[in-house]
Design a protein around this ligand. Sequence first.
Ligand SMILES: C[S@@+](CC[C@H](N)C(=O)[O-])C[C@H]1O[C@@H](n2cnc3c(N)ncnc32)[C@H](O)[C@@H]1O
Length: 266
Amino acid sequence: MEKIIQEFYDEVDFDAVKSCNTSKKSSCVDCHSDSYFETTEIDYSCLNKRKLYVVRYLPVHTHEILSALNLIPADSVNELLSKKKLNVACLGGGPGTDNLAFNKWLYYKRLFSKRNVSVVRVLRVDRCKEWDAISKRINFKFFPDDIKLKRKKNNHDVIKHTLDVNKKDKANLVIISYLISELDKADLPKFVDNLKIISADKAKIVINDRNEAAVKTKIRKLFELLDSDFISQVNTEHCGFSYEDEIYKKSSPKVYARSINYVGNI
Ligand SMILES: C[S@@+](CC[C@H](N)C(=O)[O-])C[C@H]1O[C@@H](n2cnc3c(N)ncnc32)[C@H](O)[C@@H]1O
């Protein structure tokens, strides 16, 4: 993780805001932070913003998503890992945060017993195609090297397009981190249609998002539309990653988890 953060930090231009035609903020860090409080339609078209996202959020979001994955009940984990081929979908996967957390989860779950799984297909869906180049540098990290990894991506919009996958590739596990906070409640039925289309029988859904009333209302609505029970937990702990002093001072990363996790069925 240190290497990824250092590489992306080295590529951020902290002075870009001075010649920026879009932002009226005094720094790129403020522009990045404030976007999450000013609108739900976040614009990820700025390369500097995307790189800052990796520096500021990758460790803590990975930690939060890993906590969410650890909420999957043991019998469901056994069922998932007893498959020879496991299909995973990360919706709103952005830079590959969800892939990274999944890779770590898979690594830890196989520490003491290798299980059956020998091929994993991970589909990352994100309407922002500009994430693709960044994701390619992140989404395979920590993946166990004795399993075949098939990385796929799709730049569809989960509420405007109809997603589709071949029957053999339908997801057994769907991971959704900080996407629902960016969707309108009115668009949830279309989103749920897509979830059903891309998922296999008995698929598990794992959600990580802001622990805020409006977001929790949307997530409960989503489970109602899925007709699924769910379990949940709140995360508040430190992400466990220590930033170099200079990186910490210049990029003001989020280091404490501030999210809520849900696990249910599709
Ligand atoms: C806050 S980022 C989360 C990235 C990553 N999952 C994480 O937890 O760090 C939200 C992502 O959802 C994507 N997104 C937002 N609305 C979307 C939509 N309607 N369809 C597809 N992707 C969407 C954005 O482009 C962005 O990459």
